[in-house]
Design a protein around this ligand. Structure first.
Ligand code: E4P
Length: 221
């Protein structure tokens, strides 16, 4: 399973990338606006830090605007994946950009039918937003299960990028289903790192080492 970070925060991107955890990044206009500053500089910087796929989103809602923006976004790097919304124009742009060799992530997917159509249009990734489905009382992870089964039935190459993840249990459930990618807000990735027994265990090891040091102050590993 690949791990993407769902953020435009350069500090978090650098920190988790330095640990070797990141296979890619997803951004959207909301995440860029949260960071403030010049979004062009931010996108450029992200593409230079990260070797894997970086999803950058169009803001046009009609076909030709999406094509122009997609081509411009791709100039930030060969690792740019253009994020197009799950609309009729978005699918048309997906088909054209893909034909030009520019990969597309179809975003705002909320049903299995939408996922099938995006795959047919040639998307490299589809992004079902599971947290937003949970928020309205629907079963986000159930949608991932459905899409995974359908894509396997027909050997679709499109990858399932599980988005709108809210907590670490979502990650384990997506991995058990066999989803290709999870995109995580930095705080969820931070929570995955932690376990109270790790902290207690480390504290005890260090305390016991101090006992040895009390006997021989020159002792070292
Ligand atoms: C995915 O690419 C989106 O950026 C993101 O996962 C949306 O998540 P949200 O529902 O927390 O805004």
């Amino acid at each position: 399973m690949k791990i993407f970070l769902d953020t435009a925060n350069l500090k978090s991107i650098r920190m988790y990338n330095d640990m070797g955890l990141l296979d890619g990044i997803t951004t959207n206009p909301t995440l860029l606006s949260k960071e403030g500053g010049d979004p062009h500089k931010t996108m450029e910087e992200i593409c230079s830090i990260i070797k894997g796929d970086v999803s950058l989103e169009v803001v046009s809602t009609e076909y030709s605007g999406m094509l122009d923006e997609g081509r411009r976004l791709r100039k930030y790097g060969n690792n740019v994946v253009v994020k197009c919304p799950m609309t009729a124009d978005g699918l048309k742009a997906c088909k054209s950009l893909t034909a030009e060799g520019i990969p597309v992530n179809v975003t705002l997917v909320f049903s299995a039918n939408q996922a099938v159509l995006a795959a047919k249009a040639g998307a490299k990734y589809i992004s079902p937003f599971i947290g937003r489905l949970d928020d309205i009382g629907q079963d986000g992870m159930g949608l991932i299960r459905e899409i995974h089964q359908i894509f396997q039935n027909y050997k679709f190459k499109t990858q399932i990028l599980v988005a709108s993840i809210r907590h670490p249990v979502h990650v384990v459930d997506a991995a058990k289903i066999g989803a290709d990618v999870v995109t995580l807000p930095p705080d969820v990735l931070g929570k995955m790192l932690k376990h109270p027994l790790t902290d207690i265990g480390l504290k005890n090891f260090l305390a016991d080492w101090e006992k040895l040091k009390a006997e021989d102050p020159n002792i070292r590993i």
